[in-house]
Design a protein around this ligand. Structure first.
Ligand code: HEC
Length: 101
């Protein structure tokens, strides 16, 4: 019974969660660079989603991509990438893999 309740609740929450991620991207300022039009060399979320679609079904992809993004690159630090929490970053990577809608 408990299992069924939990299952039902998580299914009911799914659409809410995907909205929460677009909302999260907005709150974290990601759209400032990845929106339409993008800022300078930043890829739009539409382009990122098309690229990251190849990670669909890979369980550990969101965590790996999040680690990579947060690590940053040697050149051109992006504060928004490096300051986001591991958990939030993983949620955003999952959201992008699923189409960033
Ligand atoms: C100040 C502008 C800026 C902001 C704000 C920003 N980004 Fe980026 N992002 C970039 C640029 C430029 C690139 C491409 C160069 C690079 O990969 O470093 C990029 C690349 C990426 C990539 C592709 C990385 C790869 O190599 O596959 C992802 C995913 C990403 N950003 C997600 C996010 C998320 C999520 C947020 C919000 C927490 C965010 N970005 C905020 C500028 C920004």
């Amino acid at each position: 019974m408990l299992v069924r309740t939990v299952l039902f609740c998580s299914l009911a929450l799914l659409p809410v969660l995907s909205q929460a991620n677009a909302q999260l991207a907005l709150e974290k300022g990601c759209y400032g660079c990845h929106g339409e039009p993008p800022r300078r060399s930043a890829p739009t979320f539409v382009r990122l989603a098309a690229d990251y679609a190849r990670y669909r079904g890979q369980q550990d992809a969101p965590r790996k991509l999040a680690d990579k993004l947060r690590e940053g690159s040697l050149f051109g630090h992006i504060a928004a990438h490096e300051r986001i929490s591991p958990y939030e970053c993983e949620m955003l990577m999952r959201w992008i893999i699923d189409g960033a809608r």
